[in-house]
Design a binder for this molecule. Sequence first.
Ligand SMILES: Cc1ncc(COP(=O)(O)O)c(C=O)c1O
Length: 281
Amino acid sequence: MPKTAYINNKYVNFKNAKIHIEDRGLQFADSVYEVIAVLNGNLIDLDFHLKRLRYSLAELDIKYKFYHNDLKKIFLKLLNKNNTLNGIIYLQVTRGVQYREHKYEDKITPTLIIYTRNKKFNLPGKNFKGVNTVTHEDLRWKRRDIKTVNLLPNIIAANKAKKMKAYEAILLKNGKVTEGTSSNIWIIKKNNLITHPANTDILKGVTRTSILKIIKKTSLKLVEKSFTHKQLLDADEVFLTSSGSFITPILKIDKKKINNGKIGNITLKLAEMYTKSCMNG
Ligand SMILES: Cc1ncc(COP(=O)(O)O)c(C=O)c1O
């Protein structure tokens, strides 16, 4: 357990870190968040995370203003206090505390919550793992591009995966793959690397954005286009990306093995390239 959290301008003991029962984050999921990976003390893709945070806040009209460097200082201090060298930073901004009413007050003060957790990542090397997945209907709302804590449909699907001893659930809308419950999904077919376009149907993953840069250094052809359940099962290789999972190969989807249940060469190469870019800071 971490020692320290940060709530509304104060470093507090993690065990006593509390927010008010009328916080709108609790009552309405009126709240946005980010999860930032920390690898060897490096804050991975911090600029992209803070840019997406600004986007989510603006889309929901949550009036939380911040300076990049102020948040970075808090992150570094918390990492230090919690002895986190490898792990994640969790940040949440709720609209704030108010008497319970769907409509929010203009002058409400947002609640800021930040803490860190140690985590071991799945990185290329001798322990690099591929995972099993299941498919599940995408039950979410129509603004998946906003990173809100409104995550119940994701939780339902993720727990179906857990019951089936799978790592992730891949979400399907009208026979097409949108993304995972907490990851973006990619398929490789011949020389094509295919992933869902970054529109309102998915979260534009920060890891996804970084991978798009990396593949410019390869001969792969990027196709940002939605793909079907059948294309998913027929793919040469499949992998998922997220700040918590980096690039993680998918070896099985429901009962279908992908690439004979082995980590594919292209996935491995991309994972190596991405990890190297993270290590270099
Ligand atoms: C629904 C969803 N899609 C995609 C992602 C991957 O995003 P990122 O790479 O920014 O972690 C996440 C991360 O939590 C997610 O919740």
